[in-house]
Design a protein around this ligand. Structure first.
Ligand code: FAD
Length: 362
């Protein structure tokens, strides 16, 4: 089930009562290999909020005619758009490029538009990206960047055809991100710990990363059950900057332009158009199933000694070179993309409590 990070709904996962917590971080550093995060309002360097482009039946990859043009949709990836970007764009380009010749338009310069543009270029076509906003002003820049398809669809609304599309997209993305690991794209592997209230269930049935249930002695976290797996983390600001460079180095053009209605697209010189406008597709193409799911983050000064990620009932913590990300909220149908001080205070307080309750494991 891919709507919820399992642990997010595990609000009831009890803190282990009576487990031996240790009072000082200095002492903790010597008795567990996992450094607790230093959580303090004074360490917050910024707060952000973004709107996930969510569809309960899953993301759209579909072709249609638009006058004498061909339009291929590639939008609606919820909380898993970074993860799915290469794979979903691969499916979209397979659909659109067959039998095509001539230049191509891509609408949108978030992660989906940029990956689509790169795949179009790799297939040998000239491309122009048209977008109302460019990085750093896209939802993609807000993303935590964990490779995990979180909150992409709701099981009971997804068709078997969608699930096949989802698995194919995930598979291609998984392999594509691996060959981009390193400082130039800001991608790295990290051990990832996940609080669980259903330890018997696998994180993802058909797909790596494979997880393992840890014994209490194997982790310092003050929770009952913890899974561990390895996955990739994308420093989204750096990644998107590099993707823009890649598009431009390969001769791609980028034009800032907002389209108000499908009729506006008729004036474009390109006969093939990829729609990667994310949440913008609701207004532009009238997709009423698409809805915003707000997520808020508090970002702390970088703490390079923290080299693992954690997700649980306290929220999630992703350590990146540009800061420690503390999340997160999941607020349906909320259009206001500004951080709410009360929510941020709660995120900080929950994480402070969590990281000051580590147990010794050595
Ligand atoms: C707090 C938070 C945390 C997240 N964490 C993760 C994570 O850890 N891992 C993960 O995989 N995903 C994560 N996501 C989800 C991810 O950010 C999105 O799924 C993804 O960014 C969607 O990308 P996109 O390119 O479709 O949309 P966007 O990044 O929103 O880009 C859309 C583009 O289309 C343009 N556009 C829109 N309307 C129009 C128009 N009418 N005319 C012209 N241009 C238009 C915009 O200007 C923009 O350039 C997170 C999201 C949030 C909010």
């Amino acid at each position: 089930m891919l709507l919820d990070r399992r642990t997010f709904t595990a609000g009831s996962a009890a803190l282990l009562s009576g487990c031996a917590t240790v009072g000082t971080r200095t002492h903790l550093r010597t008795c567990t290999p996992l450094h607790p995060v230093d959580v303090d309002p004074g360490l917050v360097i910024r707060t952000v909020a973004g709107l996930r482009p969510y569809r309960r039946s899953g993301f759209v990859v579909r072709a249609e005619a638009l006058g004498d043009k061909r339009l291929v949709h590639n939008y609606g990836h919820g909380g898993g758009g970074i993860t799915l970007s290469w794979g979903s764009s691969k499916l979209a380009t397979e659909l659109g490029l067959q039998g095509h010749s001539g230049p191509i338009a891509v609408l949108g310069a978030g992660v989906m538009g940029l990956s689509t543009a790169r795949l179009v270029q790799e297939a040998g076509f000239p491309v122009t990206i048209y977008a109302a906003a460019l990085p750093p002003d896209t939802t993609s820049n807000i993303a935590g960047g964990q490779f995990h398809p979180f909150a992409v669809f709701r099981e009971r609304f997804a068709t078997p055809e969608f699930k096949a599309q989802f698995t194919r997209a995930l598979d291609y993305s998984w392999r594509r991100f691996q060959i981009m690991v390193g400082d130039d794209y800001g991608i790295r592997w990290l051990p990832t710990y996940v609080e669980t209230d259903t330890p018997e269930a696998k994180l993802l049935d058909t797909f790596p990363p494979f997880d393992r249930l840890l014994s209490t002695a194997e982790h310092p976290f003050p929770v009952a059950s913890v899974l561990r797996y390895d996955t990739m983390y994308v420093e989204t600001g750096r990644y998107l900057r590099q993707m823009i460079r890649d598009v431009q180095i390969a001769g791609g053009k980028i034009e800032v332009r907002r389209f108000a209605a499908p009729a506006d697209l008729a004036a474009l010189p390109e006969a093939l158009i990829f729609n990667c406008t994310g949440l913008g597709s609701r207004e532009l193409f009238g997709d009423q199933e698409l809805q915003p799911v707000r997520g808020q983050l508090a970002i702390l000064e970088p703490q390079p000694e923290v080299r693992y990620a954690y997700t649980g009932s306290s929220g999630y913590m992703f350590p990146r070179a540009d800061g420690i990300l503390l999340g997160g909220t999941f607020e349906f149908d909320t259009w206001d993309a500004t951080p709410q001080p009360a929510d941020i205070a709660r995120i900080l307080a929950d994480h402070k409590r969590f990281f000051s309750s580590f147990r010794c494991t050595a």
